[in-house]
Design a protein around this ligand. Structure first.
Ligand code: PLP
Length: 377
């Protein structure tokens, strides 16, 4: 099975972060001994660290179909999204996006730049005809930002289809692929002008991610040294780079391994039908289920399940600890539905018994009884 962390209780919050894979931990342990130097140093110790960083950059370039010089290492998905969009002269996006895009859009609007919000259907998909209208008369060099997969519902956007009106209008297309990359086929990312990914969503370490771009480079957010061609100054962590590269190797097989999880997800949703409705329509990520329990509070269910060692989430992790209803589910189905929402997300190392435990507990907590056929999810 996987690492020790995922064996402790039932960890069903893989969209928040994934447990580091044993091969990732081995690569980082090795790199800690041989590549701890500063990758910017010219001496041998620095060169060994730089090798790790540049091998990661090459691997990312191959995986994302860009030139290695057009890959900027960042601290994760949040920084990659900010780097891509913070200087945009105008932006078209939607309330489905992660806060690292929505907050940038709010800041751009506050600074007087045009920001257009696409409407959100109850199923959570964007409409290319509406996008075509929204792209009209935007200032030159404006961006459209769309996520490949939603962090709360797993709903997949039709990236190739949405790219067409963006490029027809002469705008640029940023895709936040943080949740989709390594889980589903991402060949449509070939249509993006920039792509954000994060290592910790694909069983790599936290604190490292990447922005890959085609065409003009983004303007740096930080001022400092010449690391990352000056696009992202600051010493790069070569040990994290080694872990990210190991995670990328696993991600190449990801869509096949993750695809199998849809059976477990569908069985869980079928079993919970008497208690809950599913948020989000197909196509969705295979390992994510977002369910609204009528008359229940999602945050209270999260707390109750935690007492039994079951980890799930009631919104994006960034909203945890606040009583805010999820903006994504609110945009799709209204506030009541959002307040009752629970996000269940698992992975290739999740024992099916964890889902059975979750289902039985939900029947106890919500249904006041025992689930039918409680041996399987
Ligand atoms: C779709 C999406 N974009 C961006 C991010 C931010 O990534 P990070 O946590 O690496 O900053 C997340 C994290 O949950 C996400 O789900």
């Amino acid at each position: 099975m996987g690492s020790k962390a995922e064996d402790e209780g039932a960890y069903l919050d893989w969209n928040a972060t994934t447990p580091p894979h044993p091969e990732v931990l081995a690569a980082m342990t090795h790199a800690s001994a041989v590549a701890w130097g500063n990758p910017a140093s010219v001496h041998g110790t620095g060169r060994r660290a730089r090798l790790e960083v540049e091998e990661l950059r090459e691997a990312l370039a191959r995986a994302l179909g860009v030139h290695a010089r057009d890959v900027v290492l960042t601290s994760g998905g949040t920084e990659a999204n900010n780097l891509a969009l913070a200087q945009a002269p105008g932006l078209v996006t939607s309330r489905l996006e992660h806060p690292s895009v929505v907050r940038v859009a709010d800041a751009l609007a506050a600074s007087g730049r045009p920001v257009r919000w696409l409407s959100v259907s109850p199923g959570g998909r964007l409409d290319s005809a509406e996008l075509r209208e929204a792209c009209r008369d935007m200032p030159a060099g404006s961006w459209v930002a769309v996520q490949a997969a939603n962090h709360e519902t797993g709903v997949l956007q039709p990236i190739a289809e949405l790219a067409l009106p963006v490029h027809e209008a002469g705008l640029r297309f940023h895709v936040d692929a943080v949740q989709a990359f390594g889980k589903v086929d991402c060949s449509a990312l070939a249509a993006a002008d920039s792509i954000a990914i994060a290592s910790h969503k694909i069983r790599g370490p936290k604190g490292i991610g990447a922005l890959a771009f085609r065409g003009r480079a983004p303007k740096p957010l930080l001022l400092g040294g010449t690391q990352e061609r000056g696009l992202r100054p600051g010493t790069v962590d070569a040990v994290a780079a080694a872990g990210f590269r190991a995670a990328l190797r696993l991600a190449a097989e990801g869509p096949a391994r993750w695809g199998r999880l849809a059976l477990l997800r569908d069985a869980l949703e079928a079993a919970l039908t008497p208690l809950a409705v599913v948020n989000g329509s197909a196509p969705r990520l295979p390992h994510v289920s977002n369910l609204s329990f009528s008359g229940q509070r999602g945050d209270e269910l999260v707390a109750a399940l935690d007492l039994y060692g079951v980890s799930v989430s009631s919104g994006s992790a960034c909203a945890a600890g606040t009583a805010e209803a999820s903006p994504v589910i609110t945009a799709m189905g209204g506030r009541e539905r959002a307040l009752g929402a629970l996000r269940i997300s698992f992975g290739d190392a999740t024992p099916p018994e964890s889902l059975t435990l979750l289902k039985d507990l939900l029947f106890q907590l919500v249904g006041g009884g025992v689930a039918k056929g409680s041996r399987s999810p």
